[in-house]
Design a protein around this ligand. Structure first.
Ligand SMILES: C[S@@+](CC[C@H](N)C(=O)[O-])C[C@H]1O[C@@H](n2cnc3c(N)ncnc32)[C@H](O)[C@@H]1O
Length: 369
């Protein structure tokens, strides 16, 4: 079903909907309005029950856009009555209850959804976590993130750049630019969570070669079309595929580490691909909960002490640590933390140089806007 549902163009977004990443329901709401056309295009075989359920769910979603959650829940229940095994209908019912502030009912509906879709492509478990009904995981489910960005790919740049004023790649470039000379050339870059390739557009003129890795094949397709990458791989940054190289002088992670809670696996994997003394620059959302918590936008926020511990454990010394406005969310600026770190080798680590390096090299806290 997801391959069908990801085919919607940007201009289908109803004006009442936020274009932010991270809430699957918004995407679903948009795409369902146009589902009839897509169904015929893709010649999906559907049971009569599913068709009836689908029509009812469309009505439920139309009622959501009018803010009539009570009626919407009733119609979504009617959709489930027509096809009780349709995972999406249960998820939608959960979302409607959540919007209506009926947490217990929402929890029950998401649990039903998860029984029917254990892979959790819609992010039911994340919803349960945010409702306090499931334990915090150390990352968002990869299938969910992949589905989210596969769906988001066609409108990612318009949405993030134009509507949410996203400046992640520029901030990272500004943070590391003056240190690029210290990297022995040629400068080969690994772009973690490369998305549609915005990092390559910003860094391209200052480095020699860029490879990228991303969970979402559709985001990668967009990056590929730019012709700026040497190699692009669909994969997970916590378990880097062999097809990527080693000896990278610079690793860039723009707005991707916040899809992971525990950052040690990703930092360790990055370190293993870098040359000693290589640099890594990344953005984070700052959190007050140790070691991390999940924000309402379904992105992880990381505690400063946890970051220090992970970096030390994974072989990095901090060179700079600054703050800047990454993007807007619901009209408010999202403050990001931008760190530049250096990969140090085992001997340096044994000598306990990491903490020392941090103190020596850390500039006075700056804010980049
Ligand atoms: C908000 S986008 C940022 C894209 C790009 N770095 C930029 O700044 O424009 C986040 C990207 O990270 C990818 N991503 C999230 N978690 C990932 C993981 N564990 N491994 C690989 N890619 C991941 C998503 O698929 C998505 O394309």
């Amino acid at each position: 079903m997801l391959c069908v549902l990801s085919a919607f163009a940007d201009d289908l977004l109803p004006s009442c909907q936020s274009p932010e990443i991270g809430r699957y329901s918004d995407i679903r709401l948009r795409r369902r309005v146009h589902c009839a056309a897509v169904f015929s295009d893709f010649k999906i075989e559907m049971s009569t029950d599913r068709l009836l359920a689908s029509r009812r769910l469309d009505v439920a979603l139309a009622l959501v856009t009018q803010g009539d959650y009570a009626a919407a829940a009733e119609v979504a229940q009617a959709a489930i009555a027509a096809d009780a095994r349709w995972d999406e209908a249960h998820f939608t019912l959960g979302d409607i209850y959540e919007r209506a502030g009926e947490a217990e009912n929402a929890i029950e509906a998401y649990r039903q959804y998860l029984i029917l879709d254990p892979i959790d492509r819609m992010g039911g478990e994340v919803r349960l976590t945010l409702l306090g009904a499931a334990a915090m995981r150390d990352r968002l489910p990869p299938d969910y993130v992949r589905a989210l960005f596969d769906d988001y790919a066609p409108r990612f740049e318009i949405s993030l750049r134009d509507r949410l004023s996203y400046r992640g790649p520029e901030l990272l470039f500004e943070a590391v630019r003056e240190q690029l000379d210290a990297i022995a050339g040629p400068i080969e870059v690994l772009d973690l969570g490369c998305g549609t390739g915005l990092v390559a557009e910003v860094f391209g003129g200052a480095v020699d070669m860029i490879d990228g890795i991303d969970l979402s094949p559709r985001m990668i397709n967009r990056a590929q079309a730019k012709g700026l990458y040497r190699t692009l791989i669909a994969g997970d940054i916590t378990a880097m595929p062999d097809a990527l190289g080693t000896g990278y002088g610079l690793v860039v992670a723009a707005d991707v580490l916040n899809y992971l809670g525990d950052l040690a696996p990703a930092l360790r994997a990055a370190h293993a691909r870098m040359k000693p003394g290589g640099l890594m620059v990344f953005s984070l959302e700052h959190g007050d909960v140790f070691p991390y918590d999940l924000g309402p936008g379904q992105r992880f926020r990381h505690h400063e002490r946890a970051m220090d511990e992970w970096l030390r454990e994974c072989g990095f010394a901090v060179l700079s640590d600054t703050y800047g406005t990454l993007r807007q969310e619901k009209g408010n600026p999202v403050e990001g933390r931008i760190m530049v770190v250096r990969a140090i080798d085992g001997l340096d680590l044994l000598a306990g140089d990491v903490a020392q390096l941090r103190e020596q090299d850390l500039p006075v806290a700056q804010t980049i806007h």
